[in-house]
Design a protein. Structure first.
Length: 509
């Protein structure tokens, strides 16, 4: 039996604990759940900082959870604690995390919106894998509206085409409306305007009118499913669209006290419940789907799965495919040369695998190399001259599903150094990075620069080749082409970094 594992999420409206284990049937068993309200979101979205009273409340809750975990023989050091939007945006985030560590023994890991999307996708995929419902073949929207942000993923025929973390949260809306002394009608107008401004960008990624599946997460949607939907399995509900619309409209007529009494909500959650349902209804209005799927899962389950509590090679491979699909969508958005990008990716992978034994990098580095190869020329959309500079800017300011902001920064540097003669180790911005990051940039840039030289003509001529490494020489034997003058010139120009990093002379035969 695998030892139970615990995750705590510090959100905008509450602190939530999950304890789970993997049973003999290979399915997750939820052993314990707890949730207590806290006003971090209200503090941050009004004053910009977490107040002293809220900090003390958070410490008290976490110490209580720490005592609860002792019953499961889980230490505070073994527990993963996530800080989401409100903690991330707090101006006193670092002092907050530090005081939590000192006063409770818990170490808070603050994650970005892209990471939240990744964990959400993992959790949803795991919940649906035993059901007839699947995200692998359909045009699907996966949506969670939380206190501080809205996380959305768009999937076309099972492939990720968009992942967004939008600054539209129920606590944010409530605070803005409260500051304007507005009401629910004003909140409705605010959300509708936001969605209207967002719709055009979303439609460029996927035709929202052709969405076949709408998957909604969050405690508010779970509550709606309990009252207006029907269960499909232990962790899954379905709500007919007409039933959801009626339920959402009915809730708008409730007072705050009525929401507390009927749904057993805290006053804090009751204030945002109505806003949340309005937002879900308006996003649903963008599509023609007739029902909503509501899984009972969260980023907490997603983290446990990603840590290996629920193993699955198939899920890992599928997840990597979605990352590459998201990168390809970004390339198409900027009208990139897909044939060239995929060719450079193929050659990069060949080089990586031939030299894997001496690279000394983690397996995840190959994924970073593939994304870099797909996006290395994306800056051509802005201009051919110095397009590597534009590529770096686009990558560093974009969202790619499944990749953290740190990983995107690494990729942005790799695509920058695919062109020119600059050495990454001499760049001031690279020198400031940790040693492991510097080595990733250095080695992957060298591979990418050489792979790009193999397609200087953008005609993918050198498809059939073998690679051999002997002593101080790496030899590429090309079959089917005799005129390699352009490629030889490109290798001579761009192979210096590879030779400098790995110590091999490059020979084309």
């Amino acid at each position: 039996m695998i030892k139970p594992q615990a995750v705590i999420e510090i959100g905008s409206t509450g602190i939530r604990l999950l304890v789970a284990e993997l049973g003999e049937d290979k399915k997750r068993t939820i052993l314990d759940r707890s949730e207590l309200p806290v006003t971090i979101g209200r503090d941050v979205f009004t004053t910009g900082a977490i107040s002293r009273s809220t900090l003390l409340s958070a410490q008290k809750i976490l110490n209580r959870f720490g005592e609860q975990l002792q019953g499961w023989s889980i230490t505070r050091e073994e527990t993963t604690v996530l800080g989401t939007t409100a903690v991330r945006e707090a101006s006193n985030r670092d002092p907050f995390v530090d005081r939590i560590k000192i006063k409770t023994g818990f170490t808070v890991r603050v994650i970005d919106g892209i990471e939240e999307n990744r964990l959400m996708y993992i959790a949803v995929s795991e919940t649906l894998k035993e059901e007839s419902i699947s995200v692998r073949q359909s045009n699907t929207i996966i949506l969670e509206i939380a206190g501080g942000a809205t996380e959305m993923m768009l999937m076309e025929k099972g492939k990720m085409v968009g992942a967004h973390s939008m600054r539209l949260g129920t606590v944010i809306i409530e605070q803005q409306i409260h500051a304007m002394t507005g009401n629910l009608d004003d909140a409705h107008q605010f959300i509708e305007e936001f969605i209207r401004n967002t719709k055009g960008a979303l439609n460029t990624e996927m035709n929202l009118g052709k969405v076949q599946q709408f998957i909604a997460l969050g405690s508010d949607m779970k509550l709606a499913a309990l009252f207006a939907g029907k269960p499909l399995s232990t962790f899954l509900w379905k709500i007919e669209r007409s039933d959801f619309d009626r339920f959402a409209d009915e809730i708008q007529r409730y007072t705050e006290e009525e929401c507390v009494a009927r749904f057993k909500l805290s006053y804090s959650d009751a204030r945002t419940f109505q806003i949340s349902l309005v937002a879900y209804k308006l996003f649903l209005k963008l599509t023609n789907v007739q029902s909503v799927i509501v899984p009972e899962t969260s980023i907490r389950e997603g983290l446990l799965i990603s840590q290996g509590l629920i193993p699955g090679e198939e899920l890992r491979e599928e997840f990597e495919e979605q990352i590459l699909a998201s990168a390809t969508t970004l390339l198409r958005k900027y009208q990139g040369d897909e044939k060239h990008a995929q060719f450079v990716r193929t050659v990069s992978c060949r080089l990586y695998k031939e030299m894997e034994h001496e690279l000394g990098l983690e397996p995840h580095a190959l994924l970073l190399l593939q994304v870099s190869a797909i996006l290395h020329d994306v800056g051509m959309f802005i201009g051919a001259k110095d397009h590597n500079v534009h590529s770096r800017y686009i990558v560093s300011h974009s969202e790619i599903f499944g990749l953290s902001r740190e990983e995107l920064n690494l990729i942005s540097q790799i695509v920058f150094f695919h062109k020119g003669t600059a050495m990454p180790q001499n760049a001031p911005e690279v020198k400031l990075l940790p040693r492991a990051s510097r080595l990733i940039i250095l080695k992957l840039s060298a591979i990418l620069r050489l792979a790009d030289a193999f397609d200087r003509s953008h005609q993918q001529k050198l498809r059939n080749f073998t690679v051999s490494v002997a002593k101080d020489t790496i030899t590429f034997r090309i079959k089917g082409h005799t005129n390699l003058s352009l490629e030889r010139l490109a290798v001579a120009e761009k192979g210096d970094l590879f030779e400098n990093v790995f110590g091999y002379n490059i020979v084309l035969v």
